[in-house]
Design a protein around this ligand. Sequence first.
Ligand SMILES: Cc1ncc(CO)c(N)n1
Length: 244
Amino acid sequence: MGYTRGRDSLFSVFQEAPVTSNPDSTPFAALLARCAPEWKAYCQHAFVRGLADGTLPAEAFRHYLRQDYLFLVHFARAWGLAVYKSRNLAELRQGLDSLKAIVDLEMGLHVDYCALWGIAEAELETLPEARETMAYTRYVLDAGHRGDLLDLHVALAPCLVGYADIARWIEAQPFTVRGSANPYEAWIAMYASEAFQAAAQAERDWLNARLAGQTQERLDGLAATFRDATRLEIDFWQMGLDGA
Ligand SMILES: Cc1ncc(CO)c(N)n1
């Protein structure tokens, strides 16, 4: 399906940092471990299981897709904020490349994918925003506004790293249905793709470099942000289910 094409160019902008050696003993893994129950509830949500075995009601997926368009608008704004919060050229470039990738590529792909599910672009432009979408996206933007670039990245981590983990989890389940028998195959393939996985790994690497050497007090605050953002991702899945 067309949606999965162009992903290499889309996420290649993230593919700068090298892959770390032992993912279990990194500062980011430690942050994750502190939010283990929330992370599991997010990654193994009933919505995700429905994507995996193909039993998710189509109307739940459509509701999710519509709201995800609005999510992506604010996600792009968050990378705009990352540009603003940058303190050197490398950070400016990273924020700008992500912003451009979302605006120039990902949003267009999302519009095309929505069309395949019978959702017209005109409808996307006039959608009422669900409270769950508002809560999550504005939370991320606020974390960035009141904090620095690290706070913003930690608030964004459940999106990028989470969807990569979710795709890998789906791929590992015995009940997962792959190929044309699963209507959500293109969605799974997109997030399981090498390009998206590499983008998520680059984000883990960036976080590991920035989290190293932070004080316990600072790490406590970041863990709270990460946990909050993860809880809001859980609510986003639930919104999809409830919308059916
Ligand atoms: C709600 C949500 N979280 C994460 C992603 C992955 O970018 C997405 N598209 N939507």
